[in-house]
Each structure stands twice: as C-alpha cells, then as structure tokens.
Design a protein. Structure first.
Length: 110
C-alpha cells in the first residue's frame, strides 16, 4: 500500500508541475497548451485518490485543508477546460498559474 500511495503522490506532483509549467510557459504566447486541461484534471483526480487512500489506512486527514484545496483544484480544472474550449482562453493562464501556486503554498505551509 505504501508503494501505491507513493506512486500516486508522484503522479499528483507531476500533474501540478505540468499545470504550473505549462501555464507560466505559455503566458506570453497567445495560445493554450494542449496538455493543460489533462494535467489539471489528473491533479484533481489524483488528489481525491490520495485522500481516499489516506483514509483507508486510518490516518488522520485535515478535512478543512483538503476541502479548501479541493475547491481550488476544481476551479483550476474548470478554468483549464474553459481555456482549452474557448477562443481567447489564453487570458485564463494567469489565474490558473496563480491558483496553482496558492494550492501548493497551502499544501506546504498549512
């Protein structure tokens, strides 16, 4: 179970790194990177999976922190889907990058 949890954590980190890297990397360009939506949805899904795995093992979960992070991740995923589907979606890359950074700060410091 520890190996599975570690693999899901790694995948979760990689998804968030992709979201942040793609959104910051394409800020000056006038296009939306193709993998942004998939990375955001992957980060959301693996985050939910991590909480489920943690609760299955009986470990303590900070529900307030998880709830706040879930709302932010859902907003990021919504914005990423919207950016990819809508013309002029590149305007949403700044908020996506900012919310992703905020989500990482909450994960580390709270």
């Amino acid at each position: 179970m520890d190996l599975l949890y570690s693999l899901v954590v790694l995948l979760h980190f990689l998804c968030w790194a992709l979201v942040l890297g793609l959104s910051v990397g394409f800020l000056r360009k006038h296009g939306v990177p193709k993998g942004l939506m998939h990375a955001a949805l992957g980060a959301l899904l693996t985050g939910i999976l991590l909480v489920g795995l943690r609760q299955m093992t009986g470990e303590e979960v900070n529900n307030v922190k998880v709830g706040i992070k879930l709302v932010i991740a859902a907003v990021i995923a919504f914005l990423a889907v919207r950016a990819e589907k809508k013309r002029g979606g590149a305007k949403l890359l700044g908020p996506i990058a900012g919310l992703t950074a905020l989500n990482m700060v909450i994960a580390v410091f709270i």
